[in-house]
Design a protein around this ligand. Structure first.
Ligand code: 8DG
Length: 137
């Protein structure tokens, strides 16, 4: 397996909806949906990376609540992504889309309907299961 890149992402939950972001046409994985975040830089913790990326990409401030299980995915083109998801809450900032085409706040039960980047699919599944177990018992 080629060496992997470590990428953090935020599942920002507010009023039972999750912020989903669509990649733009000139990015890798064009038009796919993802959770905002990005690559960990040298010397950063995953949490520091995520706070930085969410500010850079969306101009939002978040608070990390907890980590979800990491998903390692081989895109088969020499790119292996280790996707490190966190549950997060909004703390402030006015949304400015700096990289993505659009964002949507999706209800948890509607999340599966988006065309997700492949690495995100198990994360979406895990999150929906976790959320329904916890909040809809
Ligand atoms: N931020 C984010 N990236 C994701 C997700 N799922 C997924 O496969 N990725 C991939 C897309 C990118 O290849 C990589 C994140 O890199 P990035 O967003 O910092 O940089 P980039 O678009 O310029 O990517 P690259 O062309 O340099 O690989 O991880 C996700 O949910 N969030």
């Amino acid at each position: 397996m080629p060496s992997s890149i470590q990428v953090t992402c935020a599942l920002i939950l507010q009023d039972q909806k999750v912020l989903c972001a669509q990649r733009s046409g000139n990015m890798a994985l064009p038009w796919k949906w993802e959770f905002p975040g990005g690559k960990i830089e040298k010397g950063e913790t995953p949490e520091q990376c995520l706070l930085r990326e969410i500010k850079e990409e969306l101009n939002l401030d978040i608070e990390i609540v907890m980590a979800f299980p990491v998903n390692k995915h081989d895109y088969g083109n020499g790119k292996v992504v280790e996707l490190i998801p966190f549950l997060a809450k909004l703390r402030g900032g006015d949304l400015i889309l700096k990289e993505h085409t659009q964002i949507l706040w999706k209800g948890v039960e509607e999340l599966r309907s988006l065309d997700w980047a492949e690495a995100d699919i198990p994360i979406v599944e895990g999150f929906v299961t976790w959320f329904l177990d916890r909040f809809q018992a």
